[in-house]
Design a protein around this ligand. Structure first.
Ligand code: NIG
Ligand code: FE
Length: 411
């Protein structure tokens, strides 16, 4: 007999149906979720549960069950921290000025180069587990704190090890073009990235580039993307229009990017490009919150145009040191003025789409991975309402409960 686990006595169960134009949230009450071989089998009415039919039963005590949250943009493999930058920024030095002075990303590069592969792995593993207990069940992770061959490869090997050992969906991205290392100009370093791109093909699923004033230009982005396609990378993504408008979004979308990320300075022209290309817009309100930015992406114009939206933490030590997608949901509601439903769809199905994983996870639909979270309450909107609290009681990955780890002292 097939081993089916029945998660019964669910107060409300939320699924995300891809639907026609826009994905829809579907709510079922008083139901049971049947899971077989790590996947969703079906949802039945709780009154239909026949206790003899199942290998195992779990009583969810009338709670709310949601698809696991998907964090489609993180830089969670790094060493060191950048707490000192908080004081520097409050004293008037901007995020970009800290970088220009040799700090910022470059200080994380220094610490990450010095860390052993095992130490880096253990720190990243702790972060992933911490994020899972907060409700995240699928991840994207970028390199970009090496800016040399050895460390970039070390970071991506750590990502592969996490994927293999934790058995959770992890998409890996080569972000060699994050900034130039000390001693090289952007142009010099960019040629180095281009030359060695094929060596990363089997370590990462895609490439990314930080297209910004004083960092990489639109011309760099175009060359990187064309070469990455030629080399065989499947996913092209880019940090675009974050601190200024450079034209990266339009060009990335034209060249088939799977996601364009940040977009605080996005224009109607960019929105049109995203709409036509079907590229997902990845929004990260944690960055706006943490850096105290005033500008938010043109979210409502994007929604009106039917652009696919995703939400992510951008988990990194400089611009958004957060592990918590629940916080991102709350910030999206308040900073972007979107509804809990819109935010939740973006953080599940939308983020899965940004990783090309939406067939496999993000909706809690039959046939998908049984990645779900059980809340402390029976109404998912409590997460948005009583802001600032952790509402995730339990996280399940492929039908298995993720054991809450005691928080590590240092992370
Ligand atoms: O997504 N913008 C560039 N990269 C990251 C920040 C990386 C860092 O500050 O360490 C971002 O914001
Ligand atoms: Fe980022």
């Amino acid at each position: 007999m097939e081993k089916v686990t029945c998660f019964r006595n669910i107060g409300e169960l939320i699924q995300v149906q891809p639907g026609g134009e826009t994905p829809k949230l579907v709510k079922k009450t008083r139901c049971a979720l049947l899971v077989s071989q790590g996947k969703v089998d079906k949802v039945i009415r709780d009154s239909e549960v026949n206790h003899h039919d199942f290998f195992r039963e779990v009583d969810l005590e009338g709670r709310s069950v949601l698809p696991g949250l998907v964090d489609c943009h993180t830089h969670l493999i790094y060493a060191g921290d950048r707490k000192d930058e908080m004081e520097q920024r409050m004293a008037g030095t901007s995020y970009m000025d800290i970088l220009k002075n040799g700090g910022g990303i470059l200080s994380t590069v220094k610490a990450t180069r010095q860390a052993t592969e095992d130490d880096l792995y253990e720190m990243a593993r702790q972060r992933v587990l911490r994020m899972m207990t907060l409700g995240t069940t699928a991840f994207e992770i970028k390199s970009g704190y090496g800016l040399d061959l050895d460390t970039e490869k070390k970071m991506l090997r750590v990502g592969q090890r996490l994927r293999k050992n934790l058995q959770v969906p992890i998409t890996l991205t080569y972000l060699g073009a994050h900034t130039a290392p000390k001693g090289k100009t952007i142009d010099q370093y960019f040629e180095f990235v281009m030359e060695h791109l094929p060596e990363f093909r089997h370590l990462a699923d895609g490439v990314d580039i930080f297209c910004e004033r004083d960092v990489f230009t639109v011309a760099h982005l175009r060359r990187l993307f064309l070469h990455a396609k030629l080399v065989g990378f499947h996913q092209l993504r880019a940090h675009v229009e974050e601190l200024s408008h450079q034209g990266g979004c339009y060009n990335a979308a034209r060249l088939g990017a799977i996601s364009c990320d940040h977009l605080e300075h996005g224009t109607p022209h960019d929105i049109r490009a995203l709409e036509l290309s079907g590229t997902t817009a990845v929004l990260m309100p944690g960055v706006t919150f943490f850096l105290g930015g005033k500008k938010t992406p043109p979210v409502h114009a994007m929604i009106e145009a039917g652009v696919h939206l995703a939400l992510a933490t951008d988990c990194n030590p400089g611009s958004s040191p957060s592990y918590n997608m629940q916080t991102v949901l709350g910030l999206a509601q308040s900073l972007y003025q979107i509804t809990p439903e819109q935010a939740l769809i973006a953080a599940t199905h939308g983020s899965a789409r940004a990783l090309d994983g939406h067939k496999n996870y993000g909706g809690l639909l039959p046939g998908q991975r049984a990645d779900f979270i059980v809340l402390k309450t029976n109404d998912y909107r409590d997460m948005f309402y009583c802001f600032g609290e952790n509402f995730v009681d339990q996280t399940y990955s492929a039908g298995k409960k993720v054991k809450g780890k005691k928080d590590p002292v240092s992370f």
